[in-house]
Ligand binder design. Structure first.
Ligand code: SF4
Length: 367
């Protein structure tokens, strides 16, 4: 059998230690995983599990759920048991929920150092309970809830302040012999965030959870996250990612997967190569690319489809792809693996491409 060569990456991963979030390994040689967070009330078990199922379909590896009330904590055992991916409970103020989440069978618990300080004396019990249950922790440092002492020392949430908070918080667990945790140092400014993660990665071998916090609505948040994650992942920094968008969480997962695919950190699935259109275009490239993308949504094979507006670059690109169209004179030349297999009228381009894509996809292995 032929051994497929791994696609090139921009940098080797920085060595970090491997932890487990339920069935998913994070850090070390484990693939970079994609996370998201539900927006349902966690105590609405049906709605939460439904949303988790949608996230799984979109390619989510790990899901986080908020746990602000007793009712939410009580829902955790069923959610953890029925979810097909590991569940992380997000706890801010109440240590008792940390213990509830560990008992509930969650894969991990996220705690916030700005708040955990109030239960300093309980860190030891948390470490012991988590260790006994094989549950990991995420230390979530966040610019918005930085320890007052550090805010006074640095004046604001600088990269140094975020890193000092993270290292201090890590030491609280480490002094009790607990090492199964990952760290995030989130900031809404990608530059501050990138600097913080760079510094933190020099300080220890903790697995790192990347996130730009409060990144904004879909467009801005996507760009901010892609820019920041790209800068870090291209240096080998980052073991798991969460794109935060003011948009449905499925969108976060799609963006996260696309970032990893773009960097060859996750096998590429469907790729639409479409031209930006220009004065030479003889077809509405935007509408064509959108219709083809919509028609092939969810395809999980590494199919490359070229949608080109004219015959200048069209045939060349279309030939390089598994499947493509080059448009001109009210017609579309359909290419499969470099050969013209048909020339169809413009109004049949989309249906022909989709039919051919499905035919080729049926012969390919899903990634
Ligand atoms: Fe313009 Fe044709 Fe190139 Fe599209 S393929 S950008 S229409 S020259």
């Amino acid at each position: 059998p032929t051994v497929k060569e791994a696609p090139p990456v921009l940098a080797p991963r920085r060595p970090t230690r491997k932890i487990r979030v339920g069935s998913v390994a994070v850090g070390g040689d484990a693939p970079v995983s994609v996370q998201s967070m539900t927006t349902t009330k966690t105590h609405d078990i049906g709605a939460t599990l439904q949303q988790i199922a949608e996230l799984v379909t979109a390619g989510c590896d790990i899901v986080r759920v908020a746990c602000p009330t007793d009712k939410d904590a009580e829902a955790l055992p069923i959610i953890a048991r029925k979810s097909t991916i590991p569940v992380i409970a997000d706890i801010h103020f109440q240590p008792k929920y940390v213990f509830a989440a560990i008992e509930a069978g969650c894969g991990a618990v996220r705690v916030n150092p700005g708040n955990i300080r109030r239960f300093d004396d309980q860190v030891k019990q948390i470490a012991r309970a988590a260790s006994d249950a094989g549950v990991s922790i995420r230390i979530g440092v966040n610019a918005g809830s930085l320890d007052k002492r550090l805010l006074e020392k640095y004046g604001r949430a600088t990269p140094e302040a975020l890193v000092e908070s993270a290292v201090w918080e890590a030491s609280l667990f480490e002094e009790h012999g607990f090492h199964d945790f990952k760290i995030s140092v989130k900031h809404n400014d990608p530059v501050v965030m990138v600097q913080a993660y760079q510094m933190l990665s020099e300080r220890g071998d903790w697995p790192l959870h990347l996130g730009v916090t409060e990144a904004g609505p879909a467009f801005q948040g996507t760009i901010k996250s892609a820019t920041a994650f790209g800068a870090l992942l291209s240096q080998g920094i980052g073991d798991t990612i969460r794109v935060s968008l003011s948009a449905p969480p499925v969108e976060e997962v799609k963006v996260g997967n696309q970032i990893l695919e773009s960097l060859n950190l996750r096998p590429r699935t469907l790729e639409i190569v479409s031209c930006p259109s220009c004065g030479r275009a003889q077809v509405d490239v935007y509408a064509l690319a959108e219709a083809v993308t919509a028609g092939l949504e969810g395809m999980d094979v590494p199919l490359r489809v070229a949608v080109m507006g004219c015959v200048v670059n069209g045939p060349g690109e279309a030939r390089e792809a598994d499947l493509g169209v080059a448009s001109g004179n009210g017609k579309g030349q359909i290419f499969v693996k470099g050969e013209v297999i048909a020339t169809v009228p413009e109004d049949q381009i989309v249906e022909t491409l989709i039919a051919e894509a499905n035919r080729i996809a049926a012969t390919m292995e899903p990634v």
